[in-house]
Design a protein around this ligand. Sequence first.
Ligand SMILES: Cc1cc2nc3c(=O)[nH]c(=O)nc-3n(C[C@H](O)[C@H](O)[C@H](O)COP(=O)(O)O)c2cc1C
Length: 152
Amino acid sequence: MPKDIKILVGTMTGTAELCAEEMCDSLEEAGYTAEMTLMDGLDADVFEADNAYIICTSTYGHGDVPDNAKQLYESLQTKKPALAGIPYGVFALGDITHGETYCWGGINFDKVLTELKATRLGEISQHDATSGELPEDQAGEWAVEWAKLLDG
Ligand SMILES: Cc1cc2nc3c(=O)[nH]c(=O)nc-3n(C[C@H](O)[C@H](O)[C@H](O)COP(=O)(O)O)c2cc1C
């Protein structure tokens, strides 16, 4: 049985939410069970052993997570839950013109989840807002490839 996939969304202006909606549709079409939740109000307790997680987040400020992701991000750092064996993936939105902080929102989540011993499947998918590629197209295609790693 494939795990249920929970997509946690950090966004300021809705692009990551659009990407998560597309991921849900693509994953459901491919036979997976997926649901998305905005990170607003979430804390580290959202991670449960039986699920798989996609962190879908943009980047703001100087490489910060979006405002609606801050509580979850900080909660992971302070509560330090044991996440061993929980699979996750990261879809990071950013803008290459921000230089060294490119996609740091997603990269920062990856760092803390790795520290908590969760298992990242595949590489972080980075979307550059200046690339001309629609973020939701990249997200939908990436999510299905990522989910195949759950079966393997
Ligand atoms: C004020 C501001 C600051 C930003 N800072 C960064 C940054 O440090 N690094 C980065 O890669 N992208 C940065 N971005 C780009 C956004 O992450 C990118 O446009 C993303 O697609 C927005 O997604 P959202 O609508 O889901 O929030 C910034 C954008 C704005 C408007």
